[in-house]
Design a protein around this ligand. Sequence first.
Ligand code: KIV
Length: 263
Amino acid sequence: MRVTIPKLQERARSGEKLAMLTCYDASFAATSDAAGVDILLIGDSLGMVIQGHDSTLPVTMDETEYHVRCVVRGSQNAFVLADMPFGSFQESPAQAFRNAARLMAAGAQMVKLEGGATMVETTRFLVARGIPVCAHIGLTPQSVNTLGGYRVQGKSDDAASRLVDDAKALEAAGAALVLMEAMPASAAKRVTEALTVPTIGIGAGVDVGGQVLVVYDMLDIFPGRKARFVKNFMAGQPSVKAAIEAYVKEVKAKTFPGPEHCF
Ligand code: KIV
């Protein structure tokens, strides 16, 4: 039976770290499921690792919906989280609802929206209408053009405080998970301690509720430059399943990320 939001919350409350991994197809979904991954994220990173674009911006709703269906067909246990692609939710809460509803109908159990304070109203609108939301703060790759590159966020005390404020506002609006990307471990710890909902980090240190990586990065398949927070879990492993099991084990044991993966 599929993991539910209360089950995820129960695991997090008991101190268990949540292991999330991106997933785009049925074979990886089945393998990750069997390896014990808690949450499969159909990330818009698919634009880069599957489609070969140099950003996530070109990914469409039709493509995301297709990949959600593939992942749902391939898995039985893991919680299914789908990214809202660029341009599918920023215009208005009503636009976000229309597109999020398509991903939920395809089998997603929650949608992820990039953005801090600007997404509070949309989060409230979706949650009130039956669509669970994961917030995504810190480095938000869909804003690469306004951020001026893929840069670590929340470095100053003020910037870290803004992340805490944004996360609290998103939680108050109903976000059930908060994903934090590329920020000092100290900032992510502050955010995590300020919330009651689980946090998931990528390049956000070990003092968070769980971890996520892009599966093609941690298996060392993607040929592009790797971020500091990526670890090659395929090294020394006999199979993809063993590599994913090693990732799950290290996340749960809090041995990943190590200091060398943190900002
Ligand atoms: O699309 C994606 O892969 C993401 C990452 C943060 C894991 O959102």
